[in-house]
Design a protein around this ligand. Structure first.
Ligand code: NAP
Ligand code: MG
Length: 501
């Protein structure tokens, strides 16, 4: 039995879920780790143990990959029609939606985010994502091609392409949006007919494991989705280097992304990577400050800054610098930091002790290099991993806090004077995931949008996501795109069939 500590007011199904050690999903069955080991999952609001979860390792990854291989090669899944695959995905979305409250609470307990956010963002976006890809399953057409072949005069050919699923896919996901990242990965993989071994983050495996309980009822045959919780260095490394895995899809740090590339190099697996960011958010003096100011605050403080696309470098046109800083500081001070289960809270704890140490370390580094906290800069309370929303001013381009991804509610603010200067400064980073532009000058907005080297540019908005809109990084923010039609390409390969008539 897990030593579970959960607050009053927690959904009965969540209590039941947490009351037993959670196993891993292999070939449609919930099984313990081959080693018998479990690891503890911690509630970041209290530091207490929330659940115990089977700790997958190489042997478990081998078993899961074998199940996924069988399901791909010869199982009922391999013969299911596109329409049937689409129906499974749609039913999965319906089942998830029916359990929205339960998933939201589980996510909040595991990750720390406010329950209200999990209720309106994480879970509904995951539902929508599965529905979006359910629709794609029946639209993965090849094409017929009229070929000329100059060295075969008079010959006639019928040539066409098929778009075939790539095979067994390894998916490794992070802890910041645990359920949603699982959905981003699973949706397109299952629509195309691949089979999956998913490794959730050690900090937050619970919603992925609960999702695992819905696949069978949604109609997915055994072995199509296998879920192996465990640690990156063991389970993750075994998955990303496994010879039977045709493709690895990874979201997480740029550092681990580079390890994934090395692991996949042995047998030239296909890879997609969604990595870190240090996204510029640019506020021009002609913007509507009634939306730009709260927009700049939520760009960094949403999800406690634990978002790869967080607007963590705020650039403000010189003549409105003080005014915007005052407004962002006021917004930050209005944030109520507390347990995600408390309906009053608008910011929960950071996800883990490690992340807490990292973020507070960056706060100290910024201040020791001469930055000044216009607000925040400290931890909140002495239990759980809470920190203050922080706005750093007097920052310089070469400071560590301006260069490196903090992944916490810490924004660095700097003034700029014109569009040429800001285009250069915005691109002065190894990353290129996202950017924000706030202006009422439509021409300026489009000009800067085209000059910023980033996979997503938001104009007069920030953190807008949709299953239909591709998302991914330029430069060291990653390879490939998730969401939209483009994500399907990650899981398909094209075969040309050439028939001489
Ligand atoms: P991370 O180490 O990159 O973890 C992401 C995923 O990769 C987790 O499932 C992790 O497993 C796994 N992993 C770790 N080492 C691996 C390896 N050698 N081979 C295969 N998989 C491996 O990220 P983190 O430690 O959780 O966070 C550190 C930093 O990463 C953050 O501060 C932030 O900068 C960045 N990050 C980015 C995103 C994003 O959305 N782009 C999300 C989260 C974090 P375990 O966690 O189970 O060990
Ligand atoms: Mg890690």
């Amino acid at each position: 039995m897990a030593a579970v500590v959960v607050d009053e007011g927690v959904h009965a199904d969540v209590r039941t879920f947490l009351s037993q050690d959670r196993m891993m999903l292999i070939d449609g069955k919930w099984v313990p780790a081959a080693s018998g080991a479990c690891f503890e999952v911690v509630n970041p609001a209290t530091g207490d143990v929330l659940a115990r979860v089977a700790e997958g390792d190489k042997e478990d990854i081998d078993r899961a990959v074998a199940a996924a291989t069988r399901a791909f090669e010869s199982g009922p899944w391999s013969k299911m029609t596109p329409s049937e695959r689409g129906k499974c995905l749609w039913r999965l979305a319906d089942l998830l939606e029916e359990h929205l409250d339960e998933f939201a609470q589980l996510e909040t307990l595991d990750n720390g985010k406010p329950l209200g956010v999990a209720m309106v963002a994480d879970v509904p976006l995951a539902v929508d994502h599965f529905r979006y890809y359910a629709g794609w399953a029946t639209k993965l057409n090849g094409e017929s091609i009229d070929i000329s072949v100059p060295f075969a005069p008079g010959a006639e050919f019928h040539t066409y392409t098929r778009r075939e699923p790539i095979g067994v896919v390894g998916q490794i996901i992070p802890w910041n949006f645990p359920l949603l990242m699982a959905a981003w990965k699973l949706g397109p993989a299952l629509a195309t007919g691949c089979t999956v071994v998913l490794k959730p983050a050690e900090q937050t495996p619970l919603t992925a494991l609960r999702l695992g309980e819905l696949f069978s009822a949604a109609g997915f045959p055994d072995g199509v989705v296998n879920i192996v919780p465990g640690f990156g260095e063991t389970a993750g490394a075994a998955l990303s280097g496994h010879p039977e895995v045709a493709k690895v899809a990874f979201t997480g740090s740029t550092e681990v992304g580079k390890l994934i590339v090395k692991a996949a190099a042995n047998d030239l697996k296909k890879i997609t990577l969604e990595l870190g960011g240090k996204s510029p958010n640019v506020v021009f003096a002609d913007s509507d400050l009634s939306s730009a100011v709260p927009g700049a605050a939520s760009a960094i403080f949403f999800n406690h800054g634990q978002a790869c696309c967080a607007g963590s470098r705020l650039y403000i046109e010189q003549k409105i610098f003080d005014q915007v800083i005052d407004g962002v500081v006021e917004n930050a001070k209005g944030i109520k930091v507390g347990s995600g289960m408390d309906p009053e809270s608008t910011m929960g704890p950071l996800v883990s002790q490690e992340q807490f140490d990292r973020v507070t370390g960056y706060m100290e580094s910024g201040m020791s290099q001469g930055a000044e906290a216009a607000c925040g800069g400290k931890r909140v309370g002495n239990r759980g991993y809470f920190v203050e929303p922080t706005v750093l001013v007097n920052t310089k381009p070469d400071m560590t806090v301006v260069q490196e991804e903090i992944f916490g509610p810490v924004v660095t603010a700097m003034p700029f004077s014109d569009i040429d200067e800001i285009a250069a400064v915005a691109n002065d980073t190894i990353y290129g995931l996202a950017a924000g532009i706030w202006t009422q000058d439509i021409s300026k907005a489009h000009k800067l949008a085209s000059r910023i080297k980033a996979g997503t540019v938001w104009v007069n908005c920030y953190n807008i996501f949709d299953a239909a809109m591709p998302f991914g990084g330029y430069k060291q923010s990653g390879w490939g795109r998730e969401m939209g039609a483009q994500a399907l390409e990650n899981y398909l390969q094209t075969k040309a069939v050439c028939v001489q008539l």
